[in-house]
Every structure is written in structure tokens, then in C-alpha cells.
Design a protein around this ligand. Structure first.
Ligand code: XIL
Length: 316
């Protein structure tokens, strides 16, 4: 029956996946599912600063370029992920940043954002310009960027990215902002202020890394309030983990959560894409990070589609 991307196209929705570029072109089944089921791709790692500039001043775009070329060949759009983030920074930066002046670090960050967006100019649909800048309590995360540059680094990053590729849609992206609460409210206040100041921001990405043990009370209404600011919204990293081994009850909750997240996006006109953070349990980041949890994806480790996949197919 019909692929997710064919079904989504009828609703004007783009459906995406994070891609592990080590598997693209080497694992035939992984590659076929990526190309056949999804109309956007996000590099799971290979556009992160640590991977594109492992040595100061020496860029390595090879893996990311391969993904962009594959996307083009398969009629897929690309979500660029991610320009400014406290994690997966190059070692040289982590070592050098504490001794830098604010002006030095600002120049280094500006060069990174400008060079990366310029390299991919015209090839990226949505950039995650700033990723995970907030703590769960709604305060700004104490990153090297906040410490040295103050909160203004966020607006600066959007301005630099826009100058380098005026046509790319620029997103703020974060997790645990799917429901209203201190963190979501803080992001709402930030993007309200950015819009008021004329900062070039186009959207907010809701990562949507869910766990069956936590509720998701008001996703649709929360997406809508951001959309009402004149922004696009997107679910950017959907997965739904649970404790292993999975019981039938837990899998029902996972299926319901996939369905709920997709339906919320479909119900909000400005929700322009729905992206899963990988599609198969065999290559998920979840077991490595959340002890004892997994089975978070649409396909099992043998690439057999699960009930989660059929729920999306049915809802589209
Ligand atoms: C994760 C990748 O999936 C892992 O392979 C990597 O080791 C760490 O990063 N939020 C994000 C993503 O924005 O970039 C993260 O991806 C998952 C959480």
C-alpha cells in the first residue's frame, strides 16, 4: 500500500526522518526505506559543528554533501541540523573557548554559522539555527555561548544565517516544549520577542522525544499558539520510547502517541513537517542514552514495520 510520503503529499505535509549517513548507500534496506517512505531528511549527526570542523579551520563536508545529493536525487527536502548547540562541539572549541574574549568567541561563532550556511546555500529547506538553548525550568542554558556572549547570541545567529542564505527557513528547535509549561512558555516568550525585534526567524521545531511514562496533554493547542505568532511549526525528532521488554499495553501507548503527534500536526495549518528521529529500532539513539528503554521507532530492528508505522499510514 501507499508510502508515508505519498500519503503525506496529499495533505501538503512533508514527512521526514533523521538519516545515519554511514548506512545510506551501504545498507540496501535502510536506503530503500529512507528514499521510499520520506520526503525530507535530516542528518542525524553530520552537519553538527564537531563533524564539519573537527580541526580548526579545516572543514569536512563530505558526509553531509552525500546526504544532500541523495536527497536531491530522491526528491527530498533537507532539514539542516544544527548550527548553534552546546553539545557535539569540536574539541578545539571546547578547549579554546574559555580563554576567548566575547569578541573572539562571537567572531568564531559567526564564521561557523556563515561558512556552514553558505556551503549549503540553496539546498536547505529548514535550518535548526539554535538548538536546545533552554533548561526545563525556562531559564537559559548555561552554555559557553550564554556565558561569554549573553542571550544576544540567539538573535545574532539568526541574523548571520539569514544573511548567508536568505531563502532558508530558520528555526529554533528544542525538546520538552511539546506541552505548555515553563520551558515552552520561555521559548514562546523568546520567539515573540525575536519577531517583535524583526529578527529573521521562521519557525519553531518541537523535537518530540516522547516516553510512554510521561503524558502529552496539549500538543495541538501548544503548536497552535506558536503558529498564531505567524511562525511555522514542525515536529522535528519524533520517537516514543518505553521500558524494555515492551508489553502490549506499552506498545498501545506508543502507537497512540505516534498517532496523537501526527494528528496534532495535521490539525495545525502552519505545521509543515513531521520528522521521526530515525525509523528503525536497530539504529536508534535511545538505548544508548536512556538506560533500559528502547523500541522507540516505526520499524523493528529487522526493518519490519510495527503497528506504529501503520498508525501513521492510517492517519495520513
Ligand atoms: C543525537 C544522535 O541521535 C546521536 O547519534 C548522537 O550521538 C547524539 O545526538 N536532540 C538533538 C539531536 O537535537 O541532535 C540528538 O541526536 C538527539 C537529541
Amino acid at each position: 500500500s501507499d508510502s508515508l510520503r505519498a500519503l503525506a503529499a496529499r495533505s501538503g505535509l512533508r514527512i521526514g526522518t533523521a538519516v545515519n549517513t554511514d548506512l545510506l548507500g551501504t545498507d540496501a534496506t535502510y536506503t530503500a526505506i529512507t528514499d521510499q517512505q520520506f520526503s525530507t531528511v535530516t542528518p542525524e549527526n553530520v552537519m553538527k559543528w564537531q563533524l564539519v570542523e573537527p580541526t580548526r579551520g579545516t572543514y569536512d563536508w563530505a558526509a553531509a554533501d552525500r546526504l544532500v545529493a541523495s536527497a536531491r536525487a530522491n526528491g527530498q527536502l533537507v532539514r539542516g541540523h544544527t548550527l548553534v548547540w552546546h553539545s557535539q562541539l569540536p574539541d578545539w572549541l571546547v578547549q579554546a573557548a574559555p580563554a576567548m574574549s566575547a569578541d573572539e568567541l562571537r567572531a568564531v561563532l559567526k564564521k561557523h554559522v556563515t561558512d556552514e550556511v553558505t556551503h549549503f546555500k540553496g539546498k536547505i529547506w529548514q535550518w535548526d539555527v539554535v538548538n536546545e538553548a533552554f533548561n526545563d525550568d525556562g531559564t537559559l542554558r548555561d552554555s559557553i555561548f550564554l556565558q561569554k556572549l549573553g542571550p544576544g547570541y540567539i538573535a545574532d545567529a539568526f541574523r548571520w544565517a539569514h544573511a548567508a542564505d536568505p531563502k532558508a527557513q530558520l528555526f529554533y528547535n528544542d525538546y520538552n516544549i511539546e506541552y505548555t509549561g515553563p520551558k515552552s512558555n520561555a521559548v514562546y516568550a523568546l520567539v515573540t520577542q525575536l519577531k517583535a525585534e524583526g529578527v529573521p526567524i521562521d519557525g519553531v521545531g518541537f523535537q518530540t522525544h516522547l516516553d510512554t511514562q510521561y503524558p502529552l496533554p496539549d500538543l495541538r493547542a501548544n503548536l497552535q499558539r506558536f503558529a498564531d505568532l505567524g511562525l511555522n511549526v514542525a515536529e522535528t525528532e519524533v520517537d516514543v520510547r518505553t521500558t524494555l521488554p515492551v508489553t502490549a499495553v506499552e506498545q498501545s501507548a506508543q502507537v497512540a502517541a505516534y498517532s496523537q503527534t501526527l494528528q496534532a500536526c495535521l490539525a495545525v495549518r502552519s505545521c509543515i513537517s513531521y520528522t521521526v528521529w530515525g525509523f528503525d529500532d536497530g539504529h536508534s539513539w535511545v538505548p544508548g542514552v536512556f538506560a533500559g528503554e528502547g523500541a522507540a521507532n516505526l520499524y523493528d530492528a529487522g526493518y519490519t514495520p510495527k503497528a506504529q508505522y501503520f498508525a501513521l499510514q492510517q492517519d495520513l
